[in-house]
Design a protein. Structure first.
Lengths: 466, 96
């Protein structure tokens, strides 16, 4: 950490050191700026290119597979910025107010003034509540992948993967390759949805072919692949013991001791909200996303959005969007920037965006699962609010807006602040109130965006008052 | 039976800690979540129902994996590195 003389114009602030944040930092440094990069992880890479805490004997090829070269390049290029950026790892940016950021770093509160803010906050797994989903041994697909890649652990000896999205098959395949018994992959979408991938061949042939190869290898290894799965119930008393589900009109069961579950990803948009960015409803993602132009400019001057945190598009898009947003920041500051490069990046992003449409059609979100969720199933994991309690709150109070539902039911009020239950709550409210998903609104974000010690918030308050 | 099964780092240096007073050993490079779930079935009990929980997202977002030290300090298990001598309470009794 280094201190700047106060007379200087404040430095740009980049939140997140994943693919988008790293490429943004690199582009700013190339233009002679010295950004501050704040990241929650101990090392760069984000979730997709997350680094191990210590070497564990595995190669990068074993860890990152076909993406090993990209992971290595990202880590190497970020390391090369040492001395030309300020970098706070293991630091949580928990509030944005009045052009300043509150950051928790080394257990202390620090206030940061910034001139230009690039939000590259990433994503988490999107989920819907299903019976038993709080049982020990049930992890998100991302969580199951982190256990394996980052910690070298399997989430069970006989594992089932359930949900939708490309990650479903990728994680199952990674477990298979690591020598773990994968009992089955259960896909919420019908098999015919996968035929959409043929449309993706001209847009991203390598990705489509890799996906087909992984699926074929799972099949050849004897992993049962089930499509059109519904009414999934996770079985077990103190931990996961199995799974029951409906398929082609009858109930099926399978024993397992670990379960990975996810329905694609959802962006971490809390900081964009605190920064005052305007949001718009995105029909494809069934979610409100912060508005941005093709360059990554938000509706707030000097605030830029890049990577999955602004809308899910994957790591390759994130690298490009991070660099593009940095070029926009340079342009807006009146600094020299490479306009030709910006056009190339935007063309790449448009192509990846078209492929994203294909993926959404091939791995559709099973919103209909939410209509059938049993009353006793927990919707909010933090505050343990059941679907039935939420239904009663909607009916009893005549609720038709999500923040009102929060006030009367406590959904979204727990430690995760609706990261986990937000999408499900919106789906349930839309269904019960007979409104479109866009009409029920979105949960407003509140600081701190993640739990911090109370003493630290008081310190920050005092500092702000001085 | 523990929830997590080690594939690598089995022979890394042991890191001693206690889990609800019982001496345990993790491995160098463990998060708290890994160190605990490599020998236990849960990280905590829900404050509301008392049901066991063992984390969910493992990336610091879902807040399902908070554990306490005997000193009272609270830590998010998935994003905290195991340090020798930690005295962790997963609270086999229901939290107040």
């Amino acid at each position: 950490m280094s201190e700047r003389p106060t007379s200087e114009r404040p430095q740009p602030l980049i939140v997140g050191a994943g693919p988008a944040g790293v490429r943004a930092a690199q582009a700013l440094v190339a233009a002679g700026l010295r950004p501050l990069v704040v990241d929650e992880a101990p090392a760069c890479g984000g979730q997709i290119y997350r680094q191990r805490l210590v070497p564990d004997g595995r190669s990068n090829k074993a860890l990152y597979g076909s993406e090993a070269a990209k992971a290595e390049a990202l880590h190497r290029d970020f390391a090369a910025l040492t001395g030309r950026i300020d970098y706070w790892p293991q630091a949580l940016l928990w509030n944005l107010r009045d052009g300043r950021a509150d950051v928790m770093v080394d257990g202390q509160s620090r206030q940061v003034a910034y001139d230009g803010l690039v939000l590259a906050t990433g994503a988490i797994d999107r989920t819907l509540p299903i019976p038993g989903w709080t049982l020990p041994g049930v992890f998100t697909l991302g969580g199951a992948q982190i256990a394996l890649k980052s910690q070298g652990c399997a989430i069970g000896n006989k594992v089932v993967f359930l949900g939708s999205g490309p990650l479903l098959y990728l994680v199952a395949w990674q477990y298979l390759k690591a020598g773990v018994a994968v009992a089955a992959v259960l896909d919420g979408a019908p098999f015919k949805a996968k035929l959409n991938l043929l449309r993706g061949l001209p847009l991203a042939p390598a990705i489509v072919l890799r996906g087909l190869r992984m699926t074929a290898e799972l099949k050849l290894a004897g992993v049962a692949l089930h499509y059109g799965v519904s009414h999934a119930r996770i079985l077990g008393a103190e931990r996961v013991e199995g799974l029951a589900w409906g398929e082609a009109g009858r109930e099926r069961r399978l024993a397992c001791d670990g379960l990975g579950y996810g329905l694609a990803l959802r962006p971490e948009t809390q900081l964009a909200d605190l920064a005052g960015c305007r949001f718009r409803f995105d029909a494809r993602d069934r979610a409100f996303l912060p508005e941005r132009d093709n360059a990554g400019r938000s509706t707030v001057q000097g605030v830029y959005l890049a990577g999955d945190g602004a809308g899910i598009a994957g790591a390759d898009a994130a690298e490009r969007a991070g660099e593009r947003a940095a070029l926009a920041l340079l342009e807006d500051r009146g600094l020299p920037h490479d306009a030709a490069r910006a056009r190339v990046l935007e063309a790449d992003l448009a192509r990846i965006g078209r492929f994203r449409d294909v993926l959404e059609a091939a791995f559709p979100f099973p919103a209909q699962w939410m209509k059938d969720v049993a009353d006793e199933t927990l919707l909010c994991r933090c505050e343990e609010v059941s679907a039935g309690e939420v239904r009663r709150a909607i009916a009893g109070f005549g609720v038709h807006e999500l923040n009102r539902l929060k006030a009367v039911s406590r959904i979204g009020m727990g430690r995760c602040q609706g990261r986990v239950c937000g999408a499900a709550s919106a789906e349930l409210l839309a269904h019960e109130a007979g409104r479109g998903i866009a009409a029920v609104g979105r949960l407003r974000s509140q600081a701190p965006v993640k739990p911090i010690p109370l003493a630290l918030a008081l310190d920050a308050h005092r500092e702000a008052a001085e | 039976m523990p929830l997590l099964h080690r594939i690598v780092r089995k022979d890394h240096q042991a890191v001693a800690f206690t889990l609800d007073g019982k001496p345990c050993a993790g491995r160098e490079g463990d998060t708290l979540l890994t160190a605990i779930l490599a020998q236990a079935e849960a990280l905590r009990l829900s404050e509301f129902s008392g049901e066991p929980r063992a984390g969910f997202c493992q990336m610091g977002a879902c807040q399902d994996c908070w554990v306490a030290l005997e000193s009272g300090e609270r830590l998010r298990a998935c994003s905290t590195a195991l340090v020798a001598g930690m005295r962790i309470v997963t609270s086999r009794r229901r939290a107040a």
